[in-house]
Design a binder for this molecule. Structure first.
Ligand SMILES: Nc1ncnc2c1ncn2[C@@H]1O[C@H](COP(=O)(O)OP(=O)(O)OP(=O)(O)O)[C@@H](O)[C@H]1O
Length: 518
């Protein structure tokens, strides 16, 4: 989300100050920003200049020793703690490998999207990065019987430690060949990798971890949750391994990418597809809350935003980065950054996290997808209005059109790569991220969210089905008490009357998926 087309008023909106929000709170208030991500990033949060108010404590992921914002820069400071984490992870491996089953609500489908040999997510143990002590098994639900089991213990009756509980050889970092960069977030980089042992594509996220004792336990708990998750609406996790001061998280590769990349490259997402996104996210949220009771474990819950909603050409829509990544990234520095632009008004004011907070974030995300722009916009007299129209022009297809859309794929003058799309976006918005012209204050945006009316699903040059508008309105009630619950939203007409089929979703996803590099 960090690259969301955030476009803020050039002048701070005239609004009442937020009582609980002060400059100092942006650096340390866990109540308001407990789930916020690190300020340390390879990329700047969109539209925000927080460099003046954030005091980072760790270097940028992937850039050891560099710290453009100042502050301590040695990532090896906590190496002994990282070693403890490694040992804890090893213990987790042993306990995971010895247990025979997990609580599973849904068996994950075998995804044809990632090519032949693709294992079912969540069924793979993972080993450390070459270190004898660095082995970790986060083997997933035992429902993944489609894979041929090959247990080391059954091969010659020798070692057991190289297989997970399903008898599958543990994934090791050295088995992974780097194929291509998929993107970089606030706390990590994601890479498409080829697993030589399993002959399949995976996605590997490397997250720099400041493994302080206070967060070590939390990290382990989260790894366990990742291990236990199995839902068609949650990106499958194959496991983790420690890599020096990083944690490598191996997950299911979603070949059509994240929805932020999709709309930036292709224009607004058809409203019919947006409806299916809403449904998938709500079902994923309910799974996380009902089955894993994330909230009761005191974890950061889901972090709903377009960059955390992934699509594959099997027509599946899944959420990722719930809890785990948020906490792992928080462990880099307990500071605040752009993810909070999707934050609900009550959370900004310090109220505790509830599933209704995620419903708000979903509403903001749906508007962004349906209109190809982040809903907090520049004032009408700003030059970015032209940019906005240009953005809308990128969508040549009718957003209300019925699927399939393959014949309506928008033509772009230039097809940017995933990374370029982000850069282009920033430039086209005319928003300085602290470098060129004006800078935006995060406080201005937060005040806007708290004090101004909630955005609505409207397009300057398009209309949306009434049911879709009502649905989004139900998500964006500023009062969490009257904001709709996931159950209510799932029962709404927009969801129940959707006629979009999986085949149609497949066709759409195939039409917008990046060309296969391999
Ligand atoms: N499993 C995956 N399959 C395919 N692409 C992925 C996968 N996971 C992540 N990506 C891509 O990598 C990008 C970076 O992901 P990452 O989670 O590091 O950051 P982000 O979600 O973009 O930002 P933030 O750190 O603010 O959450 C995503 O935007 C997405 O496009």
């Amino acid at each position: 989300m960090s690259d969301s087309p955030l476009s803020l008023p050039r002048q701070p909106p005239k609004s009442k100050p937020i009582p609980s929000l002060s400059s100092s709170s942006t650096t340390s208030s866990p109540s308001a920003f407990g789930s916020a991500k690190s300020s340390i990033s390879r990329k700047k949060p969109a539209g925000l200049d927080i460099s003046a108010s954030i005091k980072p404590t760790r270097p940028a992921p992937g850039l050891p020793g560099s710290n453009p914002l100042g502050g301590p820069s040695d990532p090896l400071d906590d190496l002994s703690e990282a070693e403890k984490l490694r040992q804890d992870i090893e213990r987790l491996q042993l306990s995971s490998a010895s247990s025979s089953s997990h609580s599973v609500m849904d068996s994950p489908p075998t995804s044809p999207a990632t090519g032949p040999g693709t294992p079912v997510p969540g069924a793979v143990g993972v080993e450390g990065s070459g270190s004898a002590s660095g082995s970790l098994s986060l083997s997933g639900p035992s429902g993944s019987t489609s894979l041929k089991k090959k247990s080391a213990s059954s091969v010659g009756g020798k070692k057991k430690s190289k297989t997970d509980k399903d008898g599958l050889e543990l994934v090791k970092n050295e088995d992974l060949d780097i194929l291509e960069d998929l993107g970089a977030g606030n706390g990590g980089t994601v890479t498409k990798v080829w697993n030589r042992k399993r002959n399949c594509v995976m996605a590997r996220k490397l997250i720099l971890v400041d493994a302080k004792p206070s967060v070590r336990k939390q990290i382990l708990r989260e790894l366990q949750i990742m291990n236990d998750c199995a839902s068609p609406y949650i990106v499958g996790y194959y496991g983790c391994f420690p890599v020096d001061v990083h944690v490598g998280v191996v997950m299911e590769y979603m070949d059509a990418g994240s929805l932020d990349h999709i709309y930036r490259k292709n224009g607004a997402v058809p409203i019919t597809v947006v409806g299916k996104v809403a449904e998938a996210v709500l079902r994923g949220l309910m799974y996380l809350y009902d089955v894993h009771r994330i909230i009761h474990r005191g974890l950061t819950a889901a972090d709903i935003k377009p960059s955390n909603i992934l699509v594959n050409t099997a027509g599946e829509i899944k959420i990722c980065d719930f809890g785990v990544s948020g906490e792992l990234i928080n462990s880099i520095a307990n500071t605040f950054v752009g993810t909070s632009t999707y934050m609900s008004p009550e959370r900004i004011q310090g109220a505790p996290y509830t599933i209704k907070s995620d419903v708000w974030s979903l509403g903001i995300s749906l508007i962004e997808l349906a209109t190809a722009r982040f809903p907090f916009m520049d004032p009408p007299d700003s030059s970015s209005e032209a940019d906005e129209e240009a953005d809308e022009d990128r969508t040549e297809h009718d957003p209300n059109a019925t699927l399939p859309l393959s014949t309506q794929r928008p033509k772009l003058d230039k097809k940017p790569s995933r990374g370029e799309a982000k850069g282009e976006r920033r430039r086209s918005r005319g928003v300085s991220l602290g470098g060129g012209g004006h800078t935006m204050s995060i406080l201005d945006l937060l005040q806007h969210i708290v004090n101004e009316p909630a955005p609505r699903l409207t397009g300057r040059r398009r209309s949306f089905p009434k049911e879709a508008e009502l649905f989004v309105e139900g998500c964006l009630d500023k009062d969490p008490g009257s904001r709709k619950s996931p159950q209510e939203l799932l029962a709404s007409d927009w969801i129940t009357k959707s006629t979009v089929t999986v085949d149609e979703l497949k066709k759409w996803a195939t039409s917008i998926a990046p060309a296969k590099a391999t």
